[in-house]
Write a protein that binds this ligand. Sequence first.
Ligand code: NAI
Ligand code: MG
Length: 488
Amino acid sequence: MTTFEYAPALESRSIVTIDSEYGHFINGSFTKGKNHFPTLDPSSEEILSQIALGGADDVDAAVDAARIAYQSVWSKMSGRDRGKYLYRIARIMQERAREFAVLETLDNGKPIRESRDVDVPLAAAHFFYHAGWADKLDYAALGKAPHPHGVAGQIIPWNFPLLMLSWKIAPALAAGNTVVLKPAETTSLTALLFAQVCQQAELPAGVVNIVTGNGQTGATLVNHPGIDKIAFTGSTEVGKAIARAIAPTSIKATLELGGKAANIVFDDAPIDECVEGIVNGIFFNQGHVCCAGSRLLLQENIADEVLAKLKVRMAKIRVGNPLDKNTDLGAINSREQLNKIQELSTVGDAEGAERWSPECTLPGTGYWFPPTIFTGVTQAHRIAQEEIFGPVLSVLTFRTPAEAIEKANNTPYGLSAGVWSEKGSRILWASQKLKAGVIWANTFNKFDPASPFGGYKESGWGREGGRHGLTGYLKSADEGVKKGGENE
Ligand code: NAI
Ligand code: MG
């Protein structure tokens, strides 16, 4: 098999300036931060900067700033004026798009092609989209006199750092809430650059606060008595801990958790297109995607043909330097995540599934895993049940459409699914039977701010994006009494 040799096409990193140390962004300015921990470029293990480890006093200060900004400025401002700030932020993000893309790729390990063409444009699109909502909340069937919760505590993961920030902050601000956001410990840098954008946009101090740190910092934020609303994206395990923590309170939560999506290929599917969709479904962003198509369900009579074509296609995936514009698959985000992928893959071997990867040379330093498929997977295998969150695809087969649905739904998750078929009626039939929040037909991993995203079962609560997503940041006049007993 021949793969063209491409000359390296490295994106320059000179556009970004990374300070040697960062503090938190509280009440419109940066603090110094007390204790720090390093953030790495996972493709080289180079230390990029030192990030502040947020403690209880930092969370207190951020929540206080958000409360004051909420009461004195943001809740009093008209939707039209809030919208102006959101538009301004969106435009600055577009102006500084290359800077964001290079920084995201350095800190996260994802290919520059993806940060440049997917993460950053979509992040800006979320601000543009929600800017348009800010002055229309009263006219969109969002309940009687919809109004914000107050201070939102938001915790995001490392797989789409800037994009998850925008999924959280844009609707919260559009609805009139102020926020305290905690980025993931391995990927704080684009959130800190976003803080600079807030300054540049002259967003009133305290409307957006960013406290960096680890899981303990996140837990402190969740348990803070000054928080009125929680939004979390991350593991189901932490999602459950958050649900337990807020159970005795009146706090509303949106939880976007794990997934183990079935990507179902019927025998009338257009095979070449679906091979592209399978690759996009599992190898996009190194498979660090909650809605990744990580369980491929092939109709038995076409399984050999699809697998043969898939292997040819996988041999052409370019793994390597994330800053190279030709790279398809970048670095695994952290050593912990690499360990988890390696561990679950070893379990796959031990349980009798057959592992295959194309020949590819992995760089000597950094965290890397080759594109991998396991065939001969059964439903009982752990690699068919557990989220691997890496470039590893489990392949199962089925004979009848009913069997496909039964296998697809046989998981504790229910975030997304894919259906490949030429027949519209079959796609509609399957979509009705699948227990998943998002279902793609003859495509995969397509996102739009206007389209609600979220899951069933252990994949979480609530939706983000679209009108549905806004409802998570609003309550209506006939709902709820504010903490401390005061009626709002
Ligand atoms: P995680 O759920 O521990 O981390 C996500 C965020 O939650 C981070 O900002 C973290 O600091 C924070 N956090 C951790 N413990 C917390 C707590 N007790 N209270 C409040 N916040 C807390 O996920 P992690 O450890 O990075 O990844 C573990 C696995 O989770 C992955 O292998 C993957 O399977 C899954 N995952 C799913 C994601 C999704 O998009 N649904 C995103 C990231 C991870
Ligand atoms: Mg990092």
